[in-house]
Design a protein around this ligand. Structure first.
Ligand code: PNS
Length: 161
């Protein structure tokens, strides 16, 4: 597994994502954190540029990590990058149902592109970007759930967080 792709919306990245990225890094030589850019369906809180800026700050001290945006089919992007596999986190059965379908669809389109699943650390099994956005928008502290760069960006959006 020389080069893995860790795709997502990352709106915003939280500690569960970070844990998956750190553990994936131990399994590969290079990790691309790939942010979905969908002009038809923009991310709910942060623009693609904002998400890229946050992610680059979060991974600034990690030379094996690159941060990029991608558009269109994930498997086309993975093939274009010449990566070995996709890596994703699974929090529980809810994620499993959805991710199983995505992994099968992706493999049907590109049989050489496999998906590697890592089980989310139980500490973060309840954390999602949706919950982080909601808590921060209601003025509560999310510093236990997200990296400091995200806290700062949320403060910029909501005046606190
Ligand atoms: O963080 P998310 O929302 O779980 O990430 C989902 C993501 C970006 C991995 C998924 O939406 C995706 O791969 N989108 C690209 C379009 C695509 O390839 N879809 C699958 C086949 S229809």
């Amino acid at each position: 597994m020389r080069h893995l792709i860790f795709p997502g919306s990352f709106d915003p990245i939280h500690n569960g994502h970070l844990d998956i990225a750190q553990r994936a890094l131990a399994l590969c030589e290079r990790l691309t954190v790939a942010v979905l850019h969908n002009a038809q369906k923009p991310a709910k809180l942060f623009s693609t540029e904002e998400r890229l800026t946050i992610l680059r700050e979060v991974f600034a001290g990690a030379p094996k990590v690159e941060v990029e945006a991608f558009e269109g089919l994930l498997v086309s992007y993975v093939q274009h990058k010449g990566a070995s596999a996709i890596v994703k986190g699974l929090r529980g059965v809810g994620d499993f149902e959805y991710e199983l379908q995505m992994a099968h669809v992706n493999r049907a389109m590109a049989p050489a592109v496999d998906t590697l699943f890592l089980m989310t650390d139980p500490r973060w099994s309840f954390v999602s970007s949706t919950r982080v956005r909601e808590i921060a928008s209601l003025g509560a502290d999310v510093s236990a759930l997200v990296p400091p760069a995200v806290c700062r960006a949320l403060r910029g959006k909501f005046g606190q967080g």
